[in-house]
Unconditional design. Structure first.
Length: 118
């Protein structure tokens, strides 16, 4: 039987030890954190497509349906979006980033690469 520590999986999901040691731009915004959670996946897509999909996180987390429904109840999507976001379609305009924008309803955009071409 394999010994799996659920807590380790929750903290390091998909990331390697090397990735967890890397410095990240967000590090300068958090001093002396009590916890660190890592999420990592490999994506085989052109950078411009990946950037557009990451921008979609401004309007939803694209998680499990039950989480998405709860998210929409507590953190309504932008007024300009008539329907809940779909993971099957890019929403025009979400690639227009600005400091202070909300991401997934609970996070605030504090930094991004300007003049990124999609």
């Amino acid at each position: 039987m394999v010994n799996v520590n659920i807590r380790d999986i929750a903290y390091t999901w998909g990331s390697t030890p090397e990735e967890r040691l890397m410095p990240f731009p967000c590090d300068r915004y958090i001093e002396n954190s009590d916890e660190a959670y890592f999420r990592a996946i490999n994506v085989k897509a052109p950078e411009r497509i990946l950037f557009r999909w990451l921008c979609q996180l401004k309007v939803g987390s694209y998680s499990y349906d039950w989480i998405d429904r709860l998210e929409r109840m507590f953190f309504p999507v932008q007024d300009s979006i008539s329907e809940p976001p779909s993971p099957k379609q890019l929403i025009p305009g979400v690639e227009n980033l600005a400091l202070g924008q909300r991401v997934m309803g609970i996070f605030k955009l504090v930094e991004f690469e300007k003049n990124h071409k999609c």
